[in-house]
Design a protein. Structure first.
Lengths: 367, 419, 317
């Protein structure tokens, strides 16, 4: 298999590049750990949101209000009037002040304001949860005042909440590992893969290959497999660190995972090859490769949950393979889907790969 | 001095003749900023740019009460923030949830209205999309508030619920004028008592965020994010330009310069100045794009000029130091690229440094990114000397130390014959 | 050794030494180059030529010894000595993004030219190397030969009195080489001193007035071409190829009068013979002793044979 020889050579050349050691083997761990840790790590739901309550009066309504807040699984710290404000990292980044005159205002049906103070380190999600919790505590307190008591036990309407599929939700490492896998595969094929082709063209190696007994098809297959091999190494690194270091559950369908990753590798390899045919200089090739990879990754849902994007952009992002790959991984990991569920994803990725490959074949000049 | 200028102008002319690399360096931060602006808008998480909540509603009850609930989602205020798709069955709803990427499915169970009015306990069901993590939580919080209000409503009705149910559902009791009147009076009193407190709630929450605001009074999210991208882009630009020193060494032009009447110190100084000039041009371009594309104002000219000058010095010095320590262009690319990304991460280019663990925040203080980012951010949020003053000394110290160290090390390499 | 410092001598290299760590790269090299003289510095790779050139051009400070350019120590009076010197490195040290004229203007300015003087100098030097018509073209588009010509022109643009030419013709076609050699000869004819290094011995023989052969950092011989040739005698040189061993050939040369073994390595050997009789006796001995000789050639003595005699290896080893 002469194309395999070419592929092996390309893989060896990529691995010989000192920076590749960092970008392929070390950077994934740093990226996953850093962003995963900041997003809550392994089980973000286990983290209780903290709130400091500055209680400027110790009346019965104020105490009841605090109890309503406590009932909502918040980590409440109460600072009474005259007590010093705690400081340091362990102090919650948000505080709410129950002002003096709180009880009188309620008794007299007068407006009263609670000041919610957020430090810069307060996350938007936590702030939203605090807002909702305050609102619920306010409703419960005021309804209780109006109706003569309104405890949770009196609720006529309850809420049963569950996650469909019963699998891991993509937060913490479950967001960053699939997202970074998809991004780093693109980065490796679109930087090393495309720059290597430009270097070989510049050094005359492509011309030498053209003059060798290898057919054009064999050369193209070899180059494609070379990029696929680099992408496979990258995928392997993510699977390995996911399984061993971050204990990621990759879903119930190893076959589905293999099919999805293989088609994504094929697609990325073809795009990497295409990118290498577009630019003459290796620097331009790698530079544009980085920019395009980052755009595809960002819009494809690798950096942030795609549901926060406007609907039109979310739909538009499916022109990129990254969106299909991320969505496919969520189908397998979060929904617990099977091979059947990700067949459309595989088909689209394969088609995108074929299209990119076809254009690359037309553009690639060996002479 | 004239000869140094000749060297600097030569480098600028070369950049002008082949500007692709320069623009490539700027394309990364601009692409990232543009993409984030597309995804989140200039105001980021602001109310007006809050993402739409996509909800599947399955009304298995089909009673007037559940109909009112479902209809509430159609009111114009809610419609702007929510996209509601109705499904006939739970199974159909689940398919929509999964295939069309809705955040959650709210199921109103059979007998819901009857139970609510009949003073019985009932439960709404919320099924969340497991492949999303923010909007399902928003849906849950919304559903919890809804359930609370429904519970409060049911308490307001109290024992009048069954009568109301007969009136609304069965159509019976309309001819009992006295009973009807007493029920209305009772309900009026209760609603009035609750309404004084609850509609709207007399307790209001006012928010005070430490996030800096722009001159217009609103928080422009780009004013936080874009400065980080600017500093990262400048570092990449600076490293690429400083790499030219080793490229000139490999091409032999550096050797030729060193054999000319110019001293090694002049040659190195000229290279540092030409890199600084290119970085300054890049900074001007990035600031202009920030103003034109993302509506950022960069404050008064004097603090902006001072910040820019010190930032350019610190970044140029950093790259001089990197290329004094590496032997080849490739080592410089690898080492410099890795350092830039790591410094950008801990320096606040991607996430606010305030949410980093304490030890990483300590590390962050040793990065150009941290101080550059903070200073530019202070300017972008309408700050002047008072606001940037805290960051300029750190930038100045870094600039002087890095540049001095970089030039000294490069000079030593020349004496050892390795430059 | 004391030497008189002469302000009219373009280049005096006085016992310079330089080491890289414990390795002595240049060990007491000494020579002078006079006005209008083309002086060749020859030696195999690693002989110390580049280090010597680096010291002469002021890139490396000698550990001991001195380099004087028109009497000025290159280490002491950098500006004065360097302005009178033009360097043409082995690398094509040009800015490919700039045009030929822009390159020349830049280097002219580095050496202090400006205004009409600079313009005249650029035009003149472009004419000399035959690039006037391509002055505005980007160097990146030039062929190897054109780049070499421009590389030479850059060294000439400020009108130096001393030219350092380090392998100026490497890797180019014969026509371009001839052009460059013509320019070099014209420079010498105009009274400029030229220090010239090359791998091409024929080229050195053709243009150099005097030559120095260096190896292992030492100067092995110095003189005109004919003086150097005499080091291997006036008689013919016999080159053989076959299954030969150094011990056997050394013994054979020892037995024959007027025959000396110059080199023997990798199945090839060279002998010098004082005259035709000695040559005949060597040939006879080779066949009588049954030596397995595949090829035998007799040639006039040249620099190659001098080189072999002095260094035991060919210039391009």
């Amino acid at each position: 298999m002469r194309p395999l020889t070419l592929a092996r050579g390309d893989l060896r050349l990529t691995m010989r590049d000192r920076s590749s050691i960092f970008w392929i083997f070390i950077a994934p761990f740093i990226w996953v750990y850093f962003f995963g840790f900041l997003a809550g790590g392994g089980d973000p739901s286990a983290t209780r949101i903290g709130l400091t309550v500055i209680q400027q009066e110790s009346t019965e309504p104020a105490e009841r209000f605090i109890e309503h807040l406590r009932a909502q699984n918040f980590d409440i710290r109460v600072v009474k009037s005259g007590e010093p404000m705690p400081s340091g990292d362990s102090v919650p980044p948000r505080s709410v002040t129950i002002p003096a005159g709180f009880a009188d205002a309620i008794a007299n049906r007068l407006k009263v304001q609670l000041d919610l103070h957020e430090e810069e380190r307060a996350s938007p999600e936590g702030t939203l949860a605090v807002r909702v919790a305050l609102h619920k505590a306010i409703v419960r307190l005021l309804a209780g005042e109006a109706l003569g008591g309104f405890d949770p036990a009196d609720d006529r309407v309850g809420l049963i909440s569950s996650w469909a599929g019963g699998r891991k939700i993509p937060t913490g490492y479950y967001q960053t590992i699939p997202g970074n896998l998809v991004m780093f595969v693109l980065l490796s094929t679109m930087t090393y893969g495309s720059a290597l082709l430009a270097i070989e063209r510049r050094n005359g190696i492509l011309r030498r290959l053209a003059a060798s007994p290898l057919t054009r098809t064999e050369i193209l297959a070899g180059k494609l497999m070379g990029r696929g091999a680099v992408a496979s190494v990258q995928v392997g690194v993510f699977l390995l660190i996911g399984l061993t270091l971050f204990r990621i559950d990759w879903g119930r369908s190893p076959g589905g995972l293999a099919a999805l990753l293989l088609t994504y590798i094929l697609c990325s390899a073809a795009i990497g090859l295409l990118s290498g045919t577009l630019f003459e200089s290796p620097q331009a090739s790698a530079g544009i490769g980085v920019t395009l990879s980052l755009i595809m990754a960002g819009l494809g849902g690798c950096w942030w949950p795609s549901e926060v994007m406007p609907a039109w952009l979310r739909t538009a992002s499916y022109v990129f393979p990254a969106a299909w790959a991320v969505n496919g991984l969520h189908q397998l990991v979060s929904w617990g889907g099977s091979l059947k569920d990700i067949l459309p994803h595989c088909a689209v990725l394969a088609l995108m790969g074929l299209a990119a490959g076809a254009v690359a074949v037309r553009r690639l000049r060996l002479d | 001095m004239r000869r140094i200028l000749v060297l600097v102008l030569k480098d600028l002319r070369r950049r002008l003749a082949d500007p692709a690399g320069f623009f490539l360096n700027l394309s990364i931060p601009l692409a990232m900023a543009g993409m984030m602006a597309l995804a989140f808008g200039n105001s980021g998480g602001g109310e007006q740019n809050a993402p739409q909540l996509r909800l599947v509603l399955v009304d298995l009850d089909e009673s007037p009460i559940s109909g009112m609930l479902a209809g509430a989602s159609q009111n114009p205020r809610a419609a702007g923030r929510m996209a509601v798709r109705r499904a006939a069955t739970r199974e159909e709803g689940l398919d929509v949830l999964r295939d069309e990427e809705f955040a959650a499915m709210l199921v109103i169970p059979r007998g819901f209205g009857q139970a609510l009015l009949g003073s019985e306990r009932t439960e709404l069901e919320l099924v969340k999309n497991p492949s999303e993590n923010i909007m399902p939580v928003v849906a849950q919080q919304g559903a919890e508030v809804l359930a609370l209000y429904l519970s409060a409503g049911a308490r307001v009705l109290g024992d009048e619920g069954p009568r109301l149910q007969k009136l609304l559902v069965d159509g019976a009791g309309w001819n009992d004028a006295a009973g009807l009147g007493s029920m209305i009076a009772t309900l009026y009193d209760r609603v009035d008592a609750a309404g004084n407190l609850l509609f709207p709630p007399i307790i209001e929450v006012t928010e005070q965020a430490e996030t800096k605001q722009d001159a217009g009074g609103g928080f422009n999210w780009m004013s936080w994010m874009f400065p980080g991208m600017v500093v990262m882009g400048l570092l990449f630009t600076s490293l690429t330009q400083m790499r030219d020193l080793l490229r000139e060494r490999d091409a032999g032009t550096l050797r030729r310069q060193l054999a000319s009447p110019l001293g090694a110190g002049q040659v190195i100084l000229a290279k540092v100045l030409s890199v600084a000039a290119v970085v300054a041009i890049a900074l001007v371009l990035l600031l202009t794009v920030g103003s034109l594309a993302f509506g950022l104002a960069w404050g008064a000219p004097a603090p902006l000029i001072a910040t820019s000058a010190l930032l350019v010095l610190a970044i140029t010095g950093f790259s001089a130091m990197v290329f004094a320590l590496v032997r080849t262009e490739r080592q410089g690319d690898a080492f410099g690229g890795v350092l830039t990304m790591l410094m950008s991460m801990v320096g606040g280019a991607f996430i606010p440094p305030q949410i980093l663990p304490e030890w990483l925040r300590g590390v962050s203080c040793f990065t150009v990114n941290h101080w550059g980012h903070e200073a530019l951010r202070a300017l972008a949020t309408g700050g002047g000397w008072a606001q940037v003053g805290a960051y300029l000394p750190a930038l100045a110290i870094m600039g002087v130390v890095f540049t001095g160290l970089g030039m000294t090390l490069l000079g030593r390499r020349h004496l050892r014959g390795t430059l | 050794m004391t030497t008189k410092v002469r302000v009219d001598t373009p280049l005096q290299v006085l016992d310079v030494r330089y080491s890289y760590g414990r390795t002595r790269a240049v060990d007491g090299i000494r020579f002078e180059v006079g006005r209008g003289e083309i002086f060749g510095l020859l030696g195999p790779n690693g002989a110390g030529k580049t280090t010597t050139i680096s010291m002469i051009s002021g890139l490396l400070p000698p550990e001991s010894g001195q380099v004087l350019v028109f009497g000025h120590d290159i280490a002491d009076s950098r500006g004065g000595a360097r302005t009178r010197m033009g360097m043409v490195p082995q690398d094509i040290a040009l800015y490919e993004e700039l045009s030929a004229a822009e390159n020349l203007r830049f280097w002219g300015q580095v050496y202090g030219l400006s205004g009409p003087n600079l313009k005249r100098a650029v035009e003149s030097v472009l004419d000399q190397v035959g690039l006037a018509e391509r002055a505005g073209e980007r160097v990146g588009r030039f062929s190897g030969g054109l780049k070499r010509r421009l590389n030479l022109a850059v060294g000439l643009v400020h009108g130096p009195d001393l030219l350092l030419l380090d392998e100026p013709t490497v890797g180019i076609d014969p026509q371009a080489r001839l052009r460059i050699l013509d320019v070099v000869k014209a420079q010498a004819a105009a009274g400029r001193a030229v220090l010239y290094t090359s791998h091409y011995l024929e080229e050195a023989e053709q243009i150099c007035d005097r030559l120095a052969i260096v190896d292992h950092g030492r100067l092995l011989a110095i003189g005109t071409v004919s003086e150097l040739r005499r080091l291997v005698g006036e008689g013919p040189i016999i080159n053989i190829r076959g299954e030969v061993t150094s011990e056997r050939l050394t013994a054979m040369a020892g037995r024959l009068e007027g025959v000396a073994l110059l080199s023997c390595a990798d199945g090839a050997a060279s002998f010098s013979a004082t005259d035709a009789t000695a040559c005949s006796s060597l040939v006879r001995e080779l066949f009588q002793t049954g030596a397995h000789v595949e090829d035998l050639r007799v040639a006039e003595p040249n620099l190659q044979s001098v080189f072999l005699k002095l260094t035991g290896r060919e210039l391009r080893d």
